[in-house]
Design a protein around this ligand. Structure first.
Ligand code: NAD
Ligand code: UDP
Length: 320
């Protein structure tokens, strides 16, 4: 029988692409999700496969899976600021209790576990670009603290299980990633701007739009995560695309792609919104020989086409 891989957050954006990747590589995939921000639509194509199992389960409750498991990828957690601001306690619980449960499962099964950390552990960074050695600048009491601190706890407990229980662990620090299967209304900037362009609305620009991010296309991200899991490196590794742009420039690029006029409505800057973000990916490049290959023009086009199709299907199903 094929080796089994357990993926939490399997019905979410990144988790569902990871399911595809491991199925493609010939593994048997066990997906777990409570569907709080994910959708079965993202994995419906997998249900007919004999090497895919799915458990509708909240991983903040004890998790027991029968049989051997070789790898665990822990990706369950709300990831969009509007999601984790709406469900702050669940966010804290899934990063802490959820991670604790999964590490326990890894220990019981003798499985290697990779946990999904985030660039948010650097908070509003004072070091630029962010290297793995930087300890961050997180406001524990700010609205984003529920996500950032849950992920910081996740990293600490993961290292503790490695040091005290010899669990074979990996930590990936993911920077802004985008692509098909994001929720169109999840509030993250790329789905928001593409939806606005498709509906011929003005772009909702927070603040003056001079804050920066560095956007990584999903296929590159998944390849990097796969390589890190298969490596021997146990310390955190940044995974993202180092090409940094302002949010205003992003609006212009999406307007160009959609042949839409770039008009904006300015909204207040959310509290704690980091002003700059760009990964230093020297570690990933040297250790894993990984580098993002998809240009923003290619990635945005694929994402735009996906959301266009989604909106067209939605229109068809909601027509009287
Ligand atoms: P997502 O919201 O699309 O997916 C998260 C999935 O986790 C959803 O399907 C949700 O239903 C599930 N989930 C949440 N709480 C759960 C629980 N208690 N039990 C079981 N399932 C639960 O988000 P995403 O963008 O795919 O992010 C996936 C992971 O990657 C998260 O851990 C996130 O913190 C991390 N990450 C993502 C990004 C990014 O840019 N997308 C950046 C940094 C880190
Ligand atoms: N943003 C924006 N308009 C939106 C959504 C987001 O201007 O409709 C900005 C937001 O303030 C942030 C950047 O885009 O500076 C990225 O936001 P996102 O929620 O995608 O990711 P994160 O803040 O977690 O990096």
């Amino acid at each position: 029988m094929e080796d089994r891989v357990l993926i939490t957050g399997a019905a979410g954006f990144i988790g569902s692409h990871l399911c595809d990747k491991f199925i493609e590589k010939g593994y048997r995939v066990v997906g777990v999700d409570n569907l709080i921000t994910g959708s079965l639509k993202n994995i419906q194509h997998l249900f007919k496969l004999p090497n895919f199992e799915f458990y509708h389960h909240d991983i903040t409750s004890f998790i027991h899976i029968k049989g051997p498991i070789k790898y665990i990828l822990h990706f369950a957690s709300p990831a969009s600021p509007i999601d984790y601001l709406k469900i702050p306690i669940q966010t804290l619980k899934v990063g802490s209790i959820g991670t604790y449960n999964l590490l326990g499962l890894a220990k019981e099964k003798g499985a290697r576990i990779l946990v999904a950390s985030t660039s948010e552990i650097y908070g509003d960074p004072l070091v630029h670009p962010q290297t793995e050695e930087y300890h961050g600048n997180v406001d524990t009491l700010g609205p984003r603290g529920v996500y950032d601190e849950a992920k910081r706890f996740m990293e600490s407990i993961t290292m503790a299980y490695h040091r005290f229980h010899n669990v074979d662990t990996r930590i990936v620090r993911i920077f802004n990633t985008y692509g098909p299967r994001m929720r169109i209304n999840d509030g993250r900037v790329i789905p928001a701007f593409i939806a606005q362009a498709l509906k011929k609305e003005k772009f909702s620009l927070y603040g003056d739009g001079m804050q920066t991010r560095s956007f990584c296309y999903i296929d590159d991200q998944v390849e990097g995560i796969y390589k890190l899991l298969m490596s021997d490196y146990i310390y955190p590794v940044n995974m993202g695309n180092p090409e940094e742009i302002t949010i205003r420039q992003l609006a212009e690029e999406i307007a160009f792609l959609a042949q839409h006029k770039c008009e904006v409505v300015t909204k207040p800057m959310p509290k704690g919104d980091p002003s700059r973000r760009k990964p230093d990916i020297l570690k990933a490049t040297e250790l894993l020989h990984w580098f993002p290959l998809t240009t923003r023009a290619e990635g945005l086009k694929k994402t735009y086409d996906y959301f266009k199709k989604q909106l067209e299907e939605e229109l068809i199903t909601t027509e009287p």
